[in-house]
Design a protein around this ligand. Structure first.
Ligand code: TYD
Length: 395
């Protein structure tokens, strides 16, 4: 069992709305806010939200995030699939589970011969995966469903990408994983990485859905409590810097050197103690002051500033810095469910990205800085027309 006895307050980002709750005008008055406080637990080396909305408030029939909105992510998931298939699947009958399979962008890669099961609690998104004929339960991950019965003690791989940090109850999650995995079963997951967030001051990784920002040290400590061990880690470039973790039952596999190596890096970087993270707190406040200055400067010069990509991450920036549509006139995005609505909390209009090319603004805040290459490539003409990109992280 892990507990929150030793959680220690680090900082508050102020009142926050639900990061993905792109909202219609008529709902402005009853928008939900909570105080986004973060803390650090030295016992588990765990960076976490101290308060967060219930998962049901975020992952429901209106969840707007589609993995397939990024070609880069779709390609990344193909490679992740190949990594699992080539290294760990010995025969086609072995059972595979994906937690939080979204629109099926990764599950899709497995052939119908494989025994796959996906879980996706956002029912509108689960339907997209089910329409692709994928075997998906439109609900939160659990070993209790009838459809999951044959997977108990019998699953070779449970994998997840950008999902585990969304699950507040780690005890229940790991107990379910324990029930489902076979003796040689592996839990493979990748998540935005604390080390990358701290080194880039990309504090926009912190929002309601990201209850935890994991590190090698935290994953090792947490899983050890449940009879598992971290056998390998692999840094990833996705989401502005992620880490892939491979977890097995104790003693079943050799532990790769990478685990100790990356743990030592975290110790050296002083990112796995409450004290060490006070520096990150200062950097977040400096970043806020800098971005507000920059935007006010653009306004003074009469420049038209827009945003690009209405990411969940942007909700943290916009609300922490209190940036409203006097500073950013609109945000361009590809997601049909966001277009025509307003950004959570600060209510900046979300416009179809196709409109962007029709009348370029002078400067653009790239909120999806993690998709920089894909977006710069798509929007080459903006620069050719004298446009300028910027962000709170280095582009
Ligand atoms: P992502 O960084 O995955 O968002 P989040 O912070 O929510 O994890 O980016 C996805 C969002 O960016 C989504 O709203 C679609 C938008 N987007 C574009 O508008 N154009 C693009 O070319 C890409 C790659 C994303």
């Amino acid at each position: 069992m892990i507990d929150n006895k030793n959680d220690k307050f680090l900082m508050s980002f102020g009142q926050m709305p639900i990061a993905n709750n792109f909202i219609e005008k008529e709902n402005f008055d009853n928008e939900f806010f909570y105080e986004m406080k973060v803390g650090f637990n030295d016992e588990y080396s765990l960076f976490k939200l101290l308060e967060h909305p219930k998962p049901e408030q975020m992952f429901n029939s209106k969840y707007p995030f589609l993995t397939s909105s990024s070609k880069y992510m779709v390609e990344h998931f193909k490679k992740f699939y190949e990594f699992i298939l080539n290294n760990y699947i010995e025969n086609e009958n072995e059972k595979i589970i994906e937690i939080g399979c979204n629109d099926g962008s990764m599950l899709n890669n497995f052939s119908p011969k494989h025994n796959c099961l996906g879980f996706e609690p956002s029912t509108n998104i689960a339907k997209i995966a089910q329409d692709k004929k994928l075997n998906v339960i439109a609900n939160f991950f659990s070993s209790n469903y009838l459809e999951a019965k044959s997977y108990i003690n019998n699953t070779k791989i449970i994998y997840a990408a950008n999902v585990i940090c969304h699950i507040p109850d780690l005890n229940q999650l790991i107990n379910d994983i324990d029930k489902l995995l076979s003796k040689k079963g592996l839990f493979i997951f990748e998540e935005p990485y604390l080390g990358s967030m701290v080194s880039k001051t990309s504090y926009d990784q912190i929002y309601d859905e990201h209850v935890y920002i994991f590190s090698v040290s935290s994953v090792k400590k947490i899983f050890n409590k449940f009879g598992f061990e971290l056998i390998n880690v692999m840094p990833q470039t996705t989401h502005g810097g992620s880490m892939r973790y491979i977890v097995a039952r104790k003693g079943e596999y050799q532990i790769e050197k990478n685990v100790d190596l990356n743990e030592q890096i975290e110790i050296d970087q002083q990112i796995i103690s409450h004290e060490g993270l006070l520096n990150f707190k200062n950097k977040c406040n400096e970043s806020k002051a800098k971005i507000i200055d920059l935007l006010n400067g653009f306004k003074k010069k009469g420049k038209l500033v827009s945003g690009y990509a209405a990411t969940s991450k942007s909700t943290t920036i916009l609300n922490f810095c209190q940036i409203r549509n006097d500073l950013i006139n609109c945000i361009y995005d590809t997601t049909p469910d966001k277009i025509g609505k307003f950004s959570p909390g600060v209510h900046i209009p979300i416009i179809d990205y196709k409109e962007f090319q029709k009348k370029y603004p002078d400067v653009v805040y790239l909120f999806a800085w993690n998709h920089k290459n894909e977006i710069f490539n798509k929007e080459k003409k903006f620069i050719e027309n004298g446009g300028e990109w910027f962000s709170h992280v280095e582009l």
